[in-house]
Design a protein around this ligand. Structure first.
Ligand code: TA6
Length: 320
């Protein structure tokens, strides 16, 4: 039968409002139809902004942060890889790297975005967007390549939903030598007043206190207050148990952080003197408006064999 009357192809397009994406020279900005937004700098694949639908910023970004690629970005969510903190003094593969490694201080490439229909039938639009960024050994500076001569591939995914921000890192060994690494998501959470927040679900956990010569302690408080310079590595946490940043006034949950494969959690606030002492930390009083709650695998080393891969991540819910 002659099928001259074949129906015209019907374009499959969603009539629902879609997330918007803007790719500029230095970053990617995405906005959900419901109003939430995220910005990710190509430098370090650093999330520099996460706003809720009412426009309220959830991350702290120093007013003096270097956004031109000249230094790691002070604030947002720097990606720490392949070493946390100052590397071992000598005799380790990371010994020639700078503090916190090269990932936060390298230019990543944007690999693309994906959106997904909301599973909630009441949701009137696509409510999720995932942005993928890549970094591999060939993209590193000569200095970093020389300092850490391994073939690797990183894919960092930033996923925004109306109620959460998820960041995950996929590590692949693309060479013929195994290597070991540490990883940490150095999240600077924005708070109205550091004296009015508490950290919950750390009680009875062991922590290394870097303000007391890296001595080991056990957390006794169900609600940790920040009253001075704080630099603690809480260890061996169940990553599925959320760490909560709550309001001291009414115990409302400001942030809830769950993790995957990241069993350490660093809590850091530079307080008055250290804040003043960092040239890229501003304003000086900014320590009152931030708390770093950093999901990581930093107490030991992850080892990865040739062709193997390893994945980790964090999900931060805000204003629960
Ligand atoms: O995550 C806590 C920490 O290791 C602190 O010891 C402090 O050094 C902070 O990171 C910031 O490090 P940075 O290299 O970004 O100045």
């Amino acid at each position: 039968m002659e099928r001259s009357k074949k129906p015209a192809a019907i374009p499959v397009t969603s009539s629902l409002p879609q997330p918007t994406l803007n790719i500029s020279e230095d970053r990617v900005d995405a906005v959900l139809p419901s109003g939430e937004s995220v910005s990710v700098s190509f430098h370090g694949a650093t999330v520099t902004s996460w706003k809720l639908a009412d426009g309220e910023e959830q991350l702290f970004l120093s007013e003096k942060a270097h956004l031109d690629g000249s230094k790691p970005i002070r604030g947002g969510i720097p990606v720490v890889f392949p070493v946390f903190g100052p590397p071992p003094a000598s005799g380790h593969a990371t010994s020639s790297l700078p503090q916190h490694g090269f990932a936060r201080n390298s230019f990543w490439e944007f690999l693309g975005k994906s959106t997904s229909e909301s599973s909630n039938e009441n949701q009137k639009s696509d409510s999720n967007i995932k942005l993928d960024f890549g970094l591999s050994n060939g993209m590193l500076s000569d200095e970093f390549k020389k300092a850490w001569p391994y073939e690797f591939g990183l894919v960092y995914s930033v996923s925004l939903t109306p109620k959460s921000l998820e960041t995950s890192l996929h590590v692949q060994n693309k060479g013929d030598k195994s290597f070991e690494f540490q990883v940490l998501l150095h999240s600077y959470l924005r708070v109205k007043d550091i004296s009015q927040i508490r950290l919950q679900n750390l009680q009875s956990k062991t922590y290394i206190d870097k303000t007391q010569n890296a001595s080991s302690h056990t957390e006794s408080s169900p609600e940790v207050a920040i009253i001075s310079e704080t630099d603690r590595v809480y260890q061996s946490l169940d990553p599925t148990v959320p760490v909560i940043v709550s309001s001291a006034a009414d115990n409302s949950k400001l942030f809830s952080i769950t993790r995957e494969a990241l069993t350490d959690l660093v809590v850091w606030n530079p307080w008055i003197e250290k804040a003043k002492g960092m040239a890229d930390f501003g304003p000086d009083e900014g320590y009152k408006n931030m708390i770093c709650v950093e999901a990581g695998s930093v107490s030991g080393w992850q080892s990865i064999e040739p062709s193997d891969a390893w994945e980790c991540g964090q999900t931060i819910h805000a204003k629960l």
